[in-house]
Every structure is written in C-alpha cells, then in structure tokens.
Write a protein that binds this ligand. Structure first.
Ligand code: PLP
Length: 396
C-alpha cells in the first residue's frame, strides 16, 4: 500500500527556510520565516521564561496527565489577558478556555468543533490570510469562503469590499478574523471598524472566530486587544484561538488556547463539554511545560513585569526596523513610496515586490522573501538593513 503514496507538496514557508539553510552565502538574509529575531538575527529565549523554568524545575512534583482542557491556572490567566482582569465575562463564567498545543492546535480544535456542532457552517477567511487557515479547515472537513481584506493599490484595508462580502454571510456561519497584526498584511481594522464588523455579524446571525497570535506585538498588550474588546461589546458569542508562540517566544513548546464565549455560564459549560470530546479524540490532553511557563510568569508580579519589558523590547525593535527600512530605502534613492510599512503592525508586511523581483533577490542576493511578497520585518537587523535596501533598490 505505501509503495503507491505520492509525495505531498512542500509547505511554502518551511520550504523557503530549507532553501535558506542550504545557501552557503554568509551574507544571506531570511525574511521568510515567521519567528521573531533580535538585532543579532537570533530567536532568543526570554529571561522571564528561563526564570519561570528554573522555578518549575524546583517545585514540580508530578509528570502525570493534565485534564483534557489543560492547566486551570493557565486558563484563568489567558482569560484575563483576553477580556481584562476585572471583566464581567470572567465573573459570569461566560467563557471556557482549553489549553491547546499552540494556536494551530486551538484552530484545529475549533474547526473540529464547528464540523461536529454546526455541520452546515462555512468559515469565512480574509483574502489573503495565513496559508494554514484553509488547510486546517480542509483537514477538518469544514467548507471555507473568502472575503476581501487587503487592497494592494492602497496597501490598506479595503473595508467597503470587506463589509459588502460579509453581508453575504449566512446565519450559522463563522467569520475568522485576525485579532491584531494581520498575517500576512500587517493591516488591522480600526476600533470603530471592529465595532461595525461585530454589528454586521450579529445582524447576519454569524459568530466570529478570532485568531489571536500576536497580542503585544503591535502597539501593546491592552492596545492590541482593542479590536477584540470592541467585538465583545456587541457579539455575545465567539471563539478565540490564542497563541503564545510569538509573545513569549515559546514556539517549540506549543502553547495556545481555545476560548469559547457563550451567552451564559450554562451554555459555556455545554460547549466546553463538546470541545473536550473533540480534544480527547485528537491528542487526549495537552503537553504541560509551555503552559506552566506562561501561568508562572503571568501569576507572579515580578516575572510578569520582566516579561512585559521583554515583549516591549521585541515590539519596539520591530517598529524601529519598520521606520529604518523606509528611511534607508529613501536614502538609497528608491523612489517608490514604502511609507505604508510604518503604518502596518506586527511582524509582517506585504512589500508589494513582484514575483520576478523576489526571485532576483533570492538568486542574486541570497535574500529570502515569500512568493506573496510578505516580509518578516523582524528578520531585518542593523547589520543587514543596508545590504537589503541596496538589493531592493537594484531589483526595483
Ligand atoms: C495568524 C497565525 N495564526 C496562528 C498561528 C499559530 O501559531 P502556533 O501554532 O505556532 O502557536 C500563527 C503562527 O505563525 C499565525 O501566524
């Protein structure tokens, strides 16, 4: 049987990383991969994470299974990050949180739950979106459709087209929205637009699924939750997939969460029982270590302060590189206006570079950018920015 299995196509993002790794050029630059890099091009382990791990190592007494929905302290801390510590939602127990293996795990559990509970539902995805979104939905057997989002002519949100498409959403559908720092475009709705989106979904009888993978990478922990909070004010029900891969630098530890918000505590508990049955048949229960780190940091005042400082440093570095990138291109006499890069948020931006230019950057300069033109701004450093901007000037 196995003799006849054909190879699957390589993953576009991971394939590019492989090509980068094999490139012998010592001056190669990787703007393809989706991880944060510091000014030395390294993905650091945060000091707060190391401290928390030391504490866990000293105090841990068991390696036994976690409950199906994971670490309870972690779940409570995740809800405080999402809703704000004093939120009425938490007091009313309207939300239930499951610890999941990464944000991807949360999205897959959400997709399996949607498939089981709402077999007629379509999930709507922004055009463009993170390429794993359609793959996860397809794997779970959930139909997907797209709504317009990014306008390449203005390098901004095409809100009129987005709203027009969302008018077509059927009752019982699910609309996936990036909570902040949209991947791949770096373009987010304003708080007023978020409220309008929420009202539109309520009118249509649809619920939002928020993919929240970059809280704290745009403007700040609370600031980046503004869109979610605006939606909460109008939408009584939603699903939220959190990832702590980026904001805690815990990529390989696989730390995420799926939170369901229902109209009351009883409905939240019923939904949670369904989610637990989905998880049980998938990975049974989540891995301990990463969530223990997050719960330890968020539950300790000094560690939390340290983490918030480290998160701010990552955010400030990215935003600083956005400004430096635009300034350096201009200083090199590049006439195209790249100022939109400074208006975008998070790790990614659409550069607007075309296929042929991207190919030349790779072939002639060992600069790796995704075929879509998405760049990881965190891959730009003070030591590679000059070479990068000269090469972009040359291919333009
Ligand atoms: C938009 C988006 N959602 C979800 C994820 C999931 O991240 P992870 O599964 O590594 O936590 C990512 C990671 O790149 C992402 O960019």
């Amino acid at each position: 049987m196995l003799e006849n299995v054909q190879p699957a196509p390589p993953d576009a993002i991971l394939g590019l990383t492989e090509a980068f790794r094999n490139d012998p050029n010592p001056e190669k630059i990787n703007l393809g991969v989706g991880v944060y890099c510091d000014e030395n091009g390294k993905t650091p382990v945060l000091g707060s994470v190391k401290q928390a791990e030391r504490r866990i190592l000293e105090t841990e007494t068991a390696k036994s299974y976690l409950p199906i929905d994971g670490n309870k302290d972690y779940a409570a801390r995740v809800q405080a990050l999402l809703f704000g510590a004093g939120s009425e939602i938490i007091a009313a127990r309207r939300a239930a949180t499951s610890q999941t293996p990464g944000g991807t795990g949360a999205l897959r559990v959400a997709a399996d739950f949607i498939h089981k509970a709402f077999p007629g539902a379509t999930v709507w995805l922004s055009q463009p979106t993170w390429p794993n979104h359609p793959q996860i939905l397809a794997a779970a057997g959930v139909p997907a459709k797209s709504y317009p989002y990014f306008d390449p002519a203005t390098n901004a949100l095409d809100f009129a087209a987005m709203k027009a498409a969302l008018q077509e959403v059927s009752a019982g559908d699910v609309v996936l929205l990036h909570g902040c720092c949209h991947n791949p475009s770096g373009v987010d709705p304003s708080p007023e637009q978020w409220s309008e989106i929420g009202r539109l979904l309520v009118e249509r009888g649809a619920i939002p699924l928020i993919d929240f993978a970059y809280q704290g990478f745009g403007l700040g922990l609370e600031e980046d939750a503004a869109g979610l909070r605006a939606l909460l004010a109008v939408c009584p029900e939603m699903l939220i997939a959190s990832s702590f891969s980026k904001n805690f630098g815990l990529y390989g530890e696989r730390v995420g969460a799926l939170t369901v918000l229902a109209q009351d505590a009883e409905a939240a508990a019923r939904v949670q029982s369904q989610i637990k049955s989905v998880i049980r048949a998938n990975y049974s229960n989540p891995p301990m270590h990463g969530a223990a780190i997050v719960a330890t940091i968020l539950g300790d005042e000094a560690l939390r302060e340290q983490w918030e400082g480290e998160l701010a440093a990552m955010r400030d570095r990215i935003n600083g590189m956005r400004r430096a990138f635009v300034e350096t291109l201009a200083a090199k006499g590049v006439s195209r206006d790249f100022s939109f890069i400074t208006r975008q948020l998070g790790m990614f931006s659409f550069s607007g570079l075309e296929k042929e230019q991207i190919e030349r950057l790779r072939r002639d300069y060992s600069i790796y950018i995704l075929g879509s033109g998405r760049i990881n701004v965190a891959g730009i450093t003070p030591s590679n920015i000059d070479r990068l901007c000269s090469a972009i000037g040359a291919v333009l």
